[in-house]
Every structure is written in C-alpha cells, then in structure tokens.
Design a protein around this ligand. Structure first.
Ligand SMILES: Nc1ncnc2c1ncn2[C@@H]1O[C@H](COP(=O)(O)OP(=O)(O)OP(=O)(O)O)[C@@H](O)[C@H]1O
Ligand SMILES: [Mg+2]
Length: 492
C-alpha cells in the first residue's frame, strides 16, 4: 500500500506523535512533515503533492483559517482536517465554510481514522469527477472543432418547449448566407428561409411526421436570393416518453449537382427529341423515295417498255434489229423489277396498308429466298394493327436483325417470335449461327445496326437485350410497352 503523505500543521510534538500513532493504529502507513508557520506550509505545498493536511486550529504564529487561505491560493483540492483542543461551534462552522473538510477535538482522537478515511474517499470521488468532466470537455471541444470546420452545415435544433437552435456550424454562412448567431437570435429563421414549396415538408419533419431514415432534399433561399439545394440527414431525438424533443442533422450543399442533373436531363430530352425527329424524317424520306421510285420511275419505265413493244409489233425489223429490241425490252423489264424491289424495300406499302405481320411475312419470304436460311415467324396474339410509329419501329428493328443474320450469322435456322399481353409486346429474333460476344462490341460508326435498334426501343420506353456467345447462336430480345385503352383504341 502506498504510504499516506501527510502535512501536520502543529506546534506540539506530543500531539503530532499522538496523531501519527492513531493513524498507524488505524492501519495507515504514514510519511509526514510537521510545519508550524505559513512559510513552511507554502514551501511544503510547492515542493510536492500531498494526500492530506491535518491542522491544529491555533498555533502561536499560525492558524487554520490562514492555512486554508494558503491551500486556496495554491488551487489544490486536498482534504483538510482540523484537529484542535478548543474550538467553538461557530469557529468550526466558519472553518468548514472556508474549505476544511472536517474537525476533531484532540480529546476525541478515536474519530480521526474514520474521518480521514471519509475525507480521502471524498477527495478521490472529487478527483474522478474532475477527470471525467475534463475528458468530457476535451471530447466536446474535439467534436466542436470538427463541426466548426466542416464544409457541411451541422446543426441541432431543440423543439420543446419552444424551437431554438442549440448549435449551428459556421458553414451556414457559406451555404445559406446566414451566420450561426443569426440562427441563435431567431429560432424561426430556418422556417422562414426555406423555399416556399418545401416549407410544408420542413414543418412536418419538425413535428416528427416524416421518415428520418431517408435523406431529405429541400431548397433554401440564400440571403442573396438564390436557391440553394441541400441534402439533409436528420436524426430525431426523443425524451423518455417518446416525444420528439430535438433534431440533429447535417446539410450538404448539392446545388451544383442538382443544376448539372437538370442540365443533363434537358440535354437528354433534347437528344431524345432530336433522335425521334431524325427517325421520323428518315422514315418520311424513305416513303417519299419509295413513292417516287414506284410512281415516277416505275411508270416512266413501263411507258418505255410499252413504246418498245409497240415498235416491235408495228415495225418489221431485220432479225438482229429485232433481237436488239427484245434485249432492250428485257432490260427495261429487269430494271422495272429492280425499281419495284428497291421501292418496296425502302418502305413496303404492305406495312402501311396491312400492318406489321403481313409486312414481316413478306420480308421473311424474301429473306428465305435470298439467303437459303430457313426463317420462320411465330405470332402470339398481336392485333392486326398497332400504332403506326410502333409498327415502323418494330419492322425496322426486325429488319436490322434479319440483315445481321444474313451478313454475320452463317445460320441454318432462324425465327422471329412475337408475343403480346396487351401491356407489352415481346419480340425475339433467334438464330443458330456463329454468335458473337456482345460485351466486346465497341461503339463504332461502322457498326450502328444494334445501336440503332437500342435507340429506337429506348425512345419507345422499352428494353433491348442481345444474348449471344461464340458458336451459341444469337437472340435479340425486344420488349416495348403499349396498351389497349378502354375503347379498344391502340396506344403506343
Ligand atoms: N446474328 C448475329 N450473328 C453473329 N454476329 C452478329 C449477329 N448480329 C450482330 N453480330 C455482330 O455484331 C456486330 C455489330 O452488329 P451491328 O448490326 O451493330 O453492325 P454491323 O451489322 O456490323 O454494321 P451495320 O451498321 O451496317 O449494321 C456485327 O458486326 C457482328 O459481328
Ligand atoms: Mg447490322
């Protein structure tokens, strides 16, 4: 056990020995210093730390109140016990008020040990409490420093009995233009500078009516008048009865992010509108070319053919002249056929006249004839007509998929499957060809077929997927939303 270090302020050697004897009897190991004057006490206190002071009340040149003054001036919390012969009640009370922890009469030294134990225990409790308070202050100061220097706005608002800010970090000045002091002075400031459209949500949060788990994105009106977007994470604090009494939170300025997102959204919408317009214009141009090829060129060629036939019938040509005329008629026939086919492939009239399925049947018939690949069509419940833009888009996507099979797949079999559940149309184009690795496709201006399909389907609000692997064939999947409305009309 560590010995008890003790100052005894005492002029009598006998009394000192009595006190030491009593303490040793009580089980204490003691190392002591006896002092008689204020100088000696001051010197002793300055020299080292002590556990306890036992002080006679009246010495020839010194007394307990003067000793207490010295202790006070040293700003040291040390148990101080008066052990004295003659001490009146009033003097004792006065000494206690001045800082003595207890007093004992010399003729009652039996009390000394319990009083010392009690005084040491109390001193220890005071020391521990002081240490805890210091630790708390330090950790508060640490968090305060963090909060004070944070870029985000950190706050704590008390809601009961009335609203007031208990803490607002200095970053409030940068983020919303108001200082913490302005918030402390005006508890309603936050509720006045919130954007009018977000006031309700802020009020309902302060009443605990919103979910705290999700971050809250709201707008504030900066002192300069500009709109500030912040993302707030709030933590509700409840009292024992479960009542919401305070909210702590962090608000992050996300104005730049929101502005960029808005710009991005606008440019996406612009690109979408442009893509739509390009596809429409392309389709219109194809239809115009198709008509012109068919009507103008087709008819002109037919007229040439008829004229040539008339010449052949009415004039008597030599054999080789007649042969040349026949060749010319055949050439015109052949050209008429090419013009007709080009006209149909640009914009098949059957798509406009009869709808998607007949147009696909024609496309597949031509495909089988040209490629020798056995291509089939399975239709499950597609109505005879769909909205025009949907028919065109699906026709073009399937046309590109078939072209890809003809050009790349080396397939033997393939088929187009269409399914409809009145909310969505599912199209798959499947072949058993060489396949490829879709993930390895890079964006390039030489390969725009699949990207074109993807874009058309995206504009329809649908989904597009390619499933393929080397030697495993290819499956193109398209899903587009549409529905039959109550009157049975079609919408895309
Ligand atoms: N059914 C298929 N079987 C095998 N490979 C395919 C198939 N479909 C597409 N591919 C592969 O994917 C690539 C990209 O196809 P995409 O249609 O985008 O471009 P492309 O056909 O090469 O050129 P275009 O721009 O004229 O369509 C093709 O070059 C080919 O390698
Ligand atoms: Mg292609």
């Amino acid at each position: 056990m560590k010995p008890l270090s003790l100052i005894i302020v005492e002029d009598s050697l006998d009394d000192t020995l009595l006190i030491l004897h009593e303490l040793k009897r009580g089980g204490f190991k003691v190392e002591h210093l006896r002092v008689e004057t204020s100088e000696e006490l001051s010197h002793a206190m300055a020299k080292r730390e002590w556990d306890l002071i036992i002080c006679d009340h009246n010495l020839p040149e010194f007394n307990a109140p003067a000793a207490l003054e010295i202790i006070k001036s040293c700003d040291i919390d040390i148990p101080f016990i008066i052990v004295s012969n003659m001490i009146g009640e009033e003097v004792a009370v006065e000494a206690m008020r001045a800082g003595a922890h207890d007093y004992i009469l010399k003729n009652n030294l039996a009390r000394l040990v319990p009083v010392v134990r009690r005084a040491l225990f109390d001193a220890n409790v005071r020391l521990e409490r002081k240490k805890a308070e210091q630790a708390l202050q330090e950790s508060e100061a640490r968090f305060r420093r963090l909060a004070d220097n944070a870029q985000d706005l950190i706050y704590r608002i008390k809601l009961h009995p009335s609203r007031s800010f208990e803490y607002v970090s200095p970053s409030s000045l940068k983020i919303i233009g108001y200082t913490p002091e302005e918030h402390y002075a005006d508890p309603e400031l936050a509720f006045r500078i919130v954007h009018p459209e977000d006031k309700e949500i802020l009020e309902s949060m302060s009443k605990g009516k919103t979910k705290f788990a999700k971050p809250l994105v709201i707008r504030w009106v900066h002192k300069s008048g500009s709109t500030v977007w912040v993302e707030q994470r709030n933590v509700p604090l409840h009292d024992d009865s479960g009542k919401l009494v305070a909210i702590e939170g962090i608000a992050r300025d996300i104005t730049d992010r929101v502005i960029n997102e808005q710009k991005l959204k606008t440019s996406h919408a612009q690109i979408e509108a442009l893509s739509n317009r390009i596809l429409e214009a392309m389709e219109e141009e194809r239809a115009r070319l198709s008509r012109e090829l068919h009507d103008e060129l087709g008819q002109a060629l037919t007229a040439v053919k008829l004229d040539l036939q008339l010449l052949q019938d009415t004039l008597n040509f030599e054999k080789n002249e007649d042969d040349t005329l026949k060749q010319s008629i055949n050439l015109v026939d052949y050209t008429i056929d090419i013009v007709r086919r080009q006209s149909v492939s640009l914009r098949p009239p059957v798509l406009d006249d009869l709808g998607l399925i007949p147009a696909l049947e024609n496309m597949i018939k031509g495909f089988n004839k040209r490629t020798g690949i056995d291509m089939g069509l399975i239709n499950n419940g597609l109505p005879s007509r769909l909205p025009g833009h949907l028919e065109t888009a699906l026709y073009r996507c399937i046309q590109e998929s078939l072209t890809n099979i003809a050009r790349h797949a080396k397939a033997e079999n393939a088929f187009v499957k269409i399914k409809n559940n009145n909310r969505k149309i599912f199209v798959s184009v499947i072949d058993d060809g060489v396949g490829f690795e879709p993930d390895k496709l890079t964006v390039s201006s030489e390969h725009i077929g699949l990207t074109g399909i993807q874009e058309r389907i995206r504009l329809l609000g649908g989904r597009f997927k390619v499933e393929s692997a080397p030697e495993r064939g290819t499956k193109i999947l398209i899903i587009v939303p549409w529905k039959l409305n109550v009157r049975g009309a079609l919408t895309g």
